[in-house]
Design a protein around this ligand. Sequence first.
Ligand SMILES: [Zn+2]
Length: 490
Amino acid sequence: MTTSPDAKAQTSIAQTPVQKVAVTPKRKVTYSFEFPNDKNKLDKVRLPYAVAINGKAVSAAKPKRVETSFTVMVEPGSQVSLFLNSDAHPAYRKQSVYAVTPKDRDVHVQIKQKWGKHSNSDTPRLEKTVGEVDYYSALLTGDIWMKVSHKYTEQEADAFMPSGIDSGIREAVLSIYRGLKQSPLIVACTGNAAARIPEILRPPSSLPWEGKARPAQNPLLEWTMPLLFNPGSGAQKKAPADSGKSQAIHKITVEFENADNPKNNITQFSLLTDGLSRVHPRCFLALFSSAFEAKITQIEVSSNWRPLIGSIAHRAGLGLDVTYIENANSNLHIVRSKAAHLNAQQAEEASRIEKTYIQAKQAEKVANKAWRDAETAYKLAKLDPTKVVDAQKVRDVALQEKGSAIAKREESWKAWQEARTAHLPAVLRSFRAALQEKHDLVYQVFDPWLMDSETRDDTPPATNLIRPKNSLEWTHRHHLHLTAVEPDVL
Ligand SMILES: [Zn+2]
């Protein structure tokens, strides 16, 4: 056994003189956000953010989300600023905004979104001092939204390309980040898979299997074969910009509508160079590859990056809205009006099934109430032996009727669901099926028929009942919306 030297050590500590250190209290910095143009509660903005102290992000983790306000504690004299929106992605924290430096007092910064074209600085302005707090204010204008929305480069977009992607689709997606000169964009699908190869390693001339079926879609093979076939001279040349177009097996014409929201609220804005490049590459990758699979030839995209209104998916560049699709057999304006796309007989049948469901729902409510009343009556009757037997009989019948009402409602609901999807236009059915299968790219798909708020779970999409009181349903009565996967932003 050893002897513990604790006693000695304690004596020595006790003899050390205590040093008095002056402690300056930390300062509290509160950021508070207001979005006065968003009346709709369901559209509450939960803005991604990361806090920076003296210009450096405090944490390397994915952004937090703020709905109304948050607070940070810092040493006096430290500068606090924010990375917001898609710029709060750990890899894109380049320009922090709304910097304040608390010294003698705590700081409260009120940030208010403002529509219209304004070129205000993001630096908060001191409004007043009340007690121990300095109150600042700042605007969140369209220009500042643009500043905090990440603009993807071609190289960044390329890094999102999975191996095996169609070379024409890859080229079309990359051309968006290079800066489109015009809309529509023609996506020339080749049917050939393109691995992500740096331009410098691209082969100088046509590949040996050009015009034939690919020997393999093995990325390793694609890396090595061009080099083996032409090891020297290819090293400097770039593939022609229209590679793929000449050998297109399917073309998709994609029309981008000019976005009113950024156009009306940003002092200098071009849809093609400022708007589309702030949309996540996965959005276009999902859109083009699903359209190719569904043999769609025409697409109209009505909305993309839309910073000052609606869902955070669009504000953060993760949403796309599609209003029109066309294939060789049919075309579809993605609007669901009453009985649209149904012939008279189908419309009558759908209406009958819908009515049956509504009636069953009403009947369930009535049966439920009858059962509750019978239950209450039975509880009271238990005190009176002359009434209890009858009350129990009434209660048992009510319970049975309630059960059968529930079953009828469930059955009629199922029938109505089936009727709804039975009339889902074929062109939309195949397009959205392709989108929904892309779990790595697409997180949500909403349209006037079906609502899938999580494509990666096992729950099938819900019917869009287009209830005016349900903002999500009502908003999607006239277009298809997709949200791209980006766990480091939303
Ligand atoms: Zn949308």
